[in-house]
Design a protein around this ligand. Structure first.
Ligand code: NAP
Length: 492
């Protein structure tokens, strides 16, 4: 039976990806509800408010392709500005009324007879949908360090994604554990305000220098009057060319692009750090881009500020007065900031997801989180993931990745709309074949070259798309329907 079928879609999460799905469905005139656990949109940009929060993707490249923004203050945008951008987009596209706030999804249950997903919220209410789009983000469950005595610290101690505005920073003795992208940005933002900053660094970072400049009012007016000026930046070789060269590098670790990245990072490091002792502390013993590369215009300068002490010794425990090192040193602190990253394997969990035959997502992901081309799951029909497991990660915009994924998802939903199928899910065989190829390739990427990072799964295999950016773009152009089971709609 064919014909246009009215679909009802649940979108989980009102961050960048959920807003994208909502806009696209609204433009199709379709019925949908966005379930958001918090009381505001914004996802990562709502939750992260730490000093120095900046997106390391150029501001004009960190927007929806269809919604350029003239108002950026600088070539790299601060977190609060990005939050404002998304709020304006929600307003402009009239998405607000479709969002249910304070509505945490706790369970998704598939009914194979009715071909429906039942969405259960924290308050116990339930609602049925034909399609679910999981847009719940990647890095949203803080990873607290397992350090003895953490709870005993007398002052404020908090994770960077739960920033405590009341905690003393100005003229205070601050400790900062963690030197990922977040910890590095915090160093550059608070070093001149604090009385002292002890940066507890377990691993140093490679830093890619990037130019930073502010936009003048005249430039913003020009962008407003002529969006082509924005496109010239967003689609420039300087940005997109770099993205392509970056993914070529991470997938061809002995190739010329990787050599170029390594040379730039090494030269920047050698030329920037003046004190020989600090230099040895900051010298990584793994290859550039193995961990997420730090893009910064100021870290090496700011870490050399006299208020900053980089501590590379091992932490013994946390005590009421501060952090005790294995060598017995006590760093006395007023405030302790935990920039220790996120549990990157959660995705839509802790919501309990149950698919065909009562199989749970926890069971399906027992070994590692995975999704077919990062989007669909065998045994979980009509469930689509945006920025799900095995997608591309690196120093580029995940908004672009979500847009590519939406084009793929929309084509699959179209099969349902047109009545060509009642359910769509990848076959287990096709997915197993994808995973086998992906894992083999992932092990050879730079992420698997011998460092610890959130890019690795529990078995130490890079959890990401292991091929080029172009290959992902190509894969998202059209789903290969021979890899999918389309169950026909049974006439009522
Ligand atoms: P992260 O990259 O996972 O870094 C966590 C840091 O904490 C690492 O330095 C880690 O050391 C350290 N750490 C963890 N547990 C520890 C312990 N028990 N004792 C001592 N040190 C410990 O987390 P993140 O910095 O929050 O960044 C996560 C991701 O968010 C980034 O990779 C990026 O994708 C995104 N992000 C992006 C931006 C941006 O500008 N776009 C900004 C911030 C974050 P080891 O390295 O030794 O494990």
């Amino acid at each position: 039976m064919t014909g246009q079928r009215k679909m009802k879609t649940a979108i989980v999460g009102a961050g960048m990806a959920g807003i994208l799905a909502a806009i696209k469905l609204k433009q199709r005139g379709e019925e949908f509800t966005v379930f958001e656990k918090a009381d505001r949109i914004g996802g990562t940009w709502r939750e992260n408010r730490y000093p120095g929060l900046t997106c390391d993707v150029p501001s004009h490249a960190y927007t929806y392709s269809f919604e350029p923004y003239a108002e950026w203050q600088a070539s790299y945008a601060a977190g609060a500005e990005i939050q404002t951008y998304f709020e304006k987009v929600v307003e402009k596209y009239g998405i607000g009324p479709a969002i249910r706030f304070n509505a945490e999804v706790t369970a998704l249950d598939w009914d194979d007879t009715e071909a429906k997903w039942t969405v259960t919220l924290k308050d116990g209410s339930r609602q049925d949908f034909d399609v679910v789009v999981a847009a719940s983000g990647v890095l949203h469950h803080p990873r607290m360090p397992e350090i003895e005595g953490l709870d005993s610290f007398a002052g404020p101690a908090f994770h960077t994604a739960r920033w405590d505005e009341s905690a003393p920073i100005k003229d205070a003795r601050v400790g900062l554990i963690g030197s990922g992208s977040t910890g590095i940005q915090i160093v550059t933002a608070i070093n001149k305000q604090v009385a002292s900053l002890v940066h507890f660094q377990r691993s140093p970072q490679w830093v890619m220098p990037v130019p930073y400049s502010t936009y003048s009012d005249a430039e913003r007016t020009a962008f407003r009057n002529d969006p082509a000026l924005i496109d010239a930046i967003r689609f420039s070789d300087e940005y997109l060319g770099n993205v392509r060269r970056f993914t070529d590098a991470i997938t061809d670790v002995d190739g010329p692009e990787m050599k170029m990245i390594e040379d730039i990072c090494r030269d920047h490091f050698e030329a920037s750090i003046r004190d020989p002792e600090l230099k040895e502390k900051l010298r990584p013993n793994y290859r550039a881009a193995c961990k997420r590369l730090i893009y910064s215009w100021c870290y090496y300068e700011e870490v050399q500020h006299p208020a900053v002490h980089v501590e590379t010794g091992r932490i013994e425990r946390i005590e009421p007065r501060g952090v005790r090192m294995v060598d017995g040193t006590l760093h006395e602190l007023d405030t302790l900031v935990l920039a220790t990253g996120f549990q990157a394997d959660r995705f839509i969990r802790p919501a309990g997801v149950t698919g065909q035959g009562g199989v749970t997502l926890d069971a399906f992901w027992a070994r590692r989180p995975t999704a077919h081309y990062a989007v669909t799951l065998p045994g979980f029909p009509n469930l689509f993931m945006l920025n799900g497991p095995t997608g591309p990660v690196g120093n580029f915009s995940l908004i672009d990745i979500a847009e590519m994924q939406w084009s793929y998802i929309d084509q699959l939903i179209d099969l349902l709309r047109q009545g060509r199928a009642e359910t769509v899910a990848p076959t287990a065989e096709a997915h197993a074949h994808y995973e086998e190829r992906r894992i083999a390739a992932a092990k050879t990427t730079i992420f698997g070259s011998g460092c610890q990072s959130w890019y690795l799964d529990a078995e130490g295999v890079p959890a990401s798309w292991p091929w080029s950016y172009d290959a992902f773009e190509q894969a998202m152009k059209a789903p290969n329907l021979s890899e999918y089971t389309l169950r026909e709609r049974v006439a009522a």
